[in-house]
Every structure is written in structure tokens, then in C-alpha cells.
Write a protein that binds this ligand. Structure first.
Ligand code: NAD
Length: 321
């Protein structure tokens, strides 16, 4: 490399990731926690590479970049990046594709178990001195033998199926872009029609990207065809489930419960009805926030930039758009 490449790290990454840049003779870097449009527009101008977590890099911000060659996402979703503008400017996009599938899949199991075992109910009973109420409490639900639909069978979906099979669930997969043989090899059954299959499901977990085809994929019309004991988990992106429709369906007892790690607006507005709905189990977009995963993502997002400029970044880390 002829001169030092300038890297902007937007939002903090794990120290072990930063260590890859500190004292690296080929790079100089700056960090920023201010993700306002104005700050990012003025900052981005002279940088060659950018690492970004959830900050929105819209077309106006990307347009200001004069030297930018690579945006490295700390994570795998990239709906916060304006792809047409990045493409127009010849900027590549890398993701931390090896870092978080297992972590999100574990979080889905955590949500599924919390909902089916009625989070806190037994714990509260014992702590409040009501041990002998055990026979009067509502019954919990087993996962064993239940039908689960995994919608989106990429990295996370394929990690989740192993965990579901470990619990002896029957796994159905909806992903028009993955062939039947692959799904069957991993122990699932391919579903052709989402609308038809949801009627038979005890659980549904969403692992599709957010785009115009998946926005409001789960809406009231679909919710009302589901089994009353169905649990829906969304650890993909807010907006794939229509939140008002979900609240309505839960209040009308059309389904049993929902686990949400992601929201249409993050943070969700105070008026979001789901915040008051006790049939929902919530987490603040933290499905990938284990200590182990933060280290992997922090290292991978920085390493992807280094490898890009060293011309040895694996093609699979780059998003095609
Ligand atoms: N909650 C979190 O912290 C967190 C962390 C990581 C990823 N995510 C989100 O999880 C989702 C999946 O991530 P991944 O790494 O598995 O992605 P991936 O690209 O590996 O897999 C996505 C899969 O969805 C399929 N798909 C695309 N459009 C579809 C459609 N209309 N119907 C059915 N299937 C469709 C694709 O064929 C692909 O197999 C993304 O939305 C990502 O943003 C969330």
C-alpha cells in the first residue's frame, strides 16, 4: 500500500477489533459515536473505508464520500445502507458473515422457550411463597413434536434448524431460493406456499432480509389463518411483521404469543401497543449481543476492511448488488 488508508469506525466495536487497527502501519483511523446525518456527511468525505453498525448511511451521506471504497457492516443485514448510491459510486459492501448466525439462533430458542414455558411464572410463584399453587397454574407447552416454520434459510435459518431438531421439533422451511435437496439434507421439509403452511404451524421464526417483498410479510390476513397456539419470533428486521396487526391478532387470541428482537422503528415509540402487550417477549435488538459474538463481529468488521485493501477479502464476504 502506498499511503495509509483512512478508516472511519462509526459506533464502537469490540476492543479486540480495534486492536487490529491500532499500531497497524497501513492504516489510520478515527471513531465516531455521533450518527446524526450532519455529522456523518461531514465526516465521511475523506475516508477510504468505513465500519458501521446500525447507523443509517443514506444516499446523501454516501454522496459526500470522495475516496470511499468499502463499507464494512458490523453484522449481516444491510437495509441501513443506500445500495443504489453505493453502487453508483463504486463502493463495495462487506458483512461479518461468519460472526452471528449461531448467536441469533440461540436467541430464537431463548425466546421460544420463554414464551412456551411462560416466562417468570414458576419463578414468581416460588419467590412469592405460593409454591403450593403449582397445580393451579396455567400449563406450559412442550417444543417436542411441534411444527416450526423457518422462513428464510440462510446462515441463521440453517443454524436454527439444528437447534430445533435437537428439541425434536418438526421443521418446515420456506425459502424460494433454497432447493429442496439442501433443506431435506439438513432435516427440514420444503414449503412452497407460505400462506398454506402457516395454518399448520405451532411456531414461526423469521430469517428473511427486509425488502419490498418481505415488508409486512406477516399481516393480519395471514395471522388470522394461524393456529391459536402459534408463537411467532422476529429476530430478523422490524417491519417484516406488521406491528399493529400483530397486536390486534394477539388481543383477539388469534395466536398465542410473539418474540420480538426488532422493531419497525428502533427504539420503538412509547405508544407502540406491543410494549404493553404481555403476550409479547421483547429484547432490544440484542439477538447477537453475546460477549463471544461481539468479539467475532468487532474483529471481522475491521479485518474485512484490512483484507479488502490487502486484496485478499474472500468474495463471500462481499454483498452482490
Ligand atoms: N436481530 C439481530 O441482531 C440480527 C442479527 C443478524 C441478522 N439479522 C437479520 O436476520 C436476517 C437473516 O440473516 P442471515 O444472516 O440468515 O441472512 P442470509 O442472507 O444468510 O439468509 C437470508 C435468507 O432469506 C431468503 N429469502 C430472501 N427473500 C426471501 C423471501 N421473500 N421469502 C423467503 N425467503 C427469502 C434468502 O434466500 C436467504 O436464504 C436478516 O434480516 C438480518 O438482517 C438480525
Amino acid at each position: 500500500m502506498s499511503s495509509k488508508k483512512k478508516i472511519l469506525v462509526i459506533q464502537p466495536v469490540h476492543d479486540l477489533g480495534m486492536e487490529l487497527l491500532i499500531n497497524n502501519p497501513n492504516f489510520e483511523y478515527e471513531t465516531t459515536n455521533d450518527i446524526s446525518e450532519n455529522n456523518l456527511k461531514s465526516k465521511i468525505v475523506n475516508f477510504d473505508g468505513v465500519s458501521v453498525r446500525t447507523a443509517i448511511l443514506n444516499k446523501d451521506i454516501i454522496n459526500e464520500a470522495k475516496n470511499l471504497k468499502i463499507i464494512s457492516r458490523h453484522g449481516v443485514g444491510y437495509d441501513n445502507i443506500d445500495l443504489p448510491k453505493a453502487k453508483e459510486k463504486g463502493i463495495q459492501l462487506a458483512i461479518t458473515s461468519n460472526a452471528n448466525a449461531v448467536t441469533v439462533a440461540e436467541h430464537v430458542m431463548f425466546m421460544l422457550l420463554n414464551l412456551s414455558k411462560k416466562k417468570d411464572m414458576y419463578d414468581k410463584t416460588v419467590r412469592s411463597g405460593n409454591f403450593t399453587d403449582r397445580n393451579k397454574l396455567p400449563k406450559t407447552i412442550e417444543l417436542c413434536g411441534k411444527n416450526i416454520l423457518i422462513a428464510g434459510f440462510g446462515r441463521i435459518g440453517q443454524s436454527l434448524i439444528k437447534r430445533c431438531l435437537g428439541f425434536e421439533m418438526k421443521v418446515y422451511v420456506y425459502d424460494p431460493f433454497v432447493d429442496k435437496e439442501k433443506i431435506e439434507k439438513l432435516g427440514g421439509k420444503k414449503i412452497e406456499s407460505l400462506n398454506e403452511s402457516v395454518k399448520e404451524m405451532d411456531a414461526i421464526s423469521l430469517h428473511v432480509p427486509l425488502n419490498k417483498n418481505t415488508k409486512n410479510l406477516i399481516n393480519y390476513d395471514l395471522l388470522k389463518t394461524m393456529k391459536r397456539n402459534c408463537i411467532i419470533i422476529n429476530a430478523a428486521r422490524g417491519g417484516i411483521i406488521n406491528e399493529n396487526d400483530l397486536d390486534k391478532a394477539l388481543n383477539e387470541n388469534l395466536i398465542y404469543g410473539a418474540g420480538l428482537d426488532v422493531f419497525e422503528t428502533e427504539p420503538p415509540s412509547k405508544n407502540n401497543p406491543l410494549l404493553k402487550n404481555n403476550k409479547v417477549f421483547l429484547s432490544p435488538h440484542t439477538a447477537a449481543f453475546t460477549e463471544e459474538c461481539m468479539i467475532r463481529m468487532g474483529k471481522e468488521t475491521i479485518q474485512n476492511i484490512i483484507d479488502f485493501f490487502d486484496e485478499k477479502l474472500e468474495k463471500s464476504k462481499l454483498v452482490k448488488f
